[in-house]
Write a protein that binds this ligand. Structure first.
Ligand code: HEM
Ligand code: HEM
Length: 185
């Protein structure tokens, strides 16, 4: 399959994930919000927890996926690709921080503890590695930037750990989904 068709196909998948996710959270569940004035306690809390899958999936599946795909999918100069790659990662980071904030807020309001499931530990590890990768990527490729020989040695490791983070994100999302369905029963 040509690169163009692969790029179109992967974007169609991303759009379907976004549409199905929003339909699930807004139509089949109660909706999403960071705060809610609805008086019924449990309903109020569900709006906040619903923000979590929405934002983390946007972060790790849609923006992170796109940040990586652009290297193969867009015909642009390396400098432009690097900047788009960085911008999409920064948007992903912002969505991720808000997504984690939502679930911590939810646990605080429930007066439940934190990080008591496998999902939460894989999730925390994934987001920490993501932050580290972002920092190393900026320092090596952008500012102050390493010498070109060092960059060439670092690039395969950057790609290897980047793909590793994507796999960890998929495992996190799958375990999170499983938990969500267990809690609903
Ligand atoms: C893909 C990126 C994701 C990351 C990085 C992530 C991360 C986390 C973290 C760190 C916690 C623990 C918060 C705390 O201890 O207070 C948590 C909790 C939770 N997450 Fe996720 N999550 C992700 C995706 C999802 C998805 C897609 C769902 C459901 C569809 C989900 C459902 C839940 C639920 C129900 C909890 C509360 C129970 C628990 O602490 O395990 N998560 N998540
Ligand atoms: C968490 C953040 C990051 C992840 C997960 C990540 C992941 C990846 C992946 C998987 C590739 C391979 C793409 C391909 O060739 O098809 C790549 C390439 C690249 N990334 Fe990142 N990246 C991150 C952050 C950054 C940052 C902050 C920069 C600096 C601006 C950067 C600069 C680059 C460059 C220059 C390449 C091309 C390497 C080469 O082929 O020589 N990355 N990244």
């Amino acid at each position: 399959m040509s690169t163009f068709l692969m790029t179109v196909f992967s974007h169609l998948l991303a759009v379907s994930i976004a549409i199905l996710g929003l339909y699930w959270l807004i139509k089949l569940r109660e909706g999403v919000a960071f705060t809610s004035h609805v008086k019924i306690q449990i309903f109020n809390i569900s709006l906040i927890i619903n923000m979590h899958p929405l934002l983390t999936v946007l972060e790790f599946i849609i923006f992170l996926g796109d940040a990586i795909i652009i290297y193969k999918g867009i015909p642009a100069t390396r400098q432009t690709l690097k900047l788009i790659h960085l911008m999409l990662h920064l948007i992903a980071l912002l969505a991720g921080i808000l997504g984690i904030y939502a679930v911590f807020k939810f646990h605080n309001e429930l007066k439940a503890g934190h990080a008591y499931t496998l999902h939460s530990w894989i999730g925390l590890a994934t987001i920490c590695l993501f932050g580290l990768q972002l920092l190393l990527g900026i320092v090596t490729f952008l500012f102050p930037g390493a010498k070109s020989a060092t960059r060439a040695t670092f690039a395969p490791w950057h790609i290897f750990t980047g793909v590793g983070i994507v796999f960890m994100a998929i495992v996190t999302a799958e375990t999170g989904l499983m938990e969500e369905f267990m809690f609903q029963k």
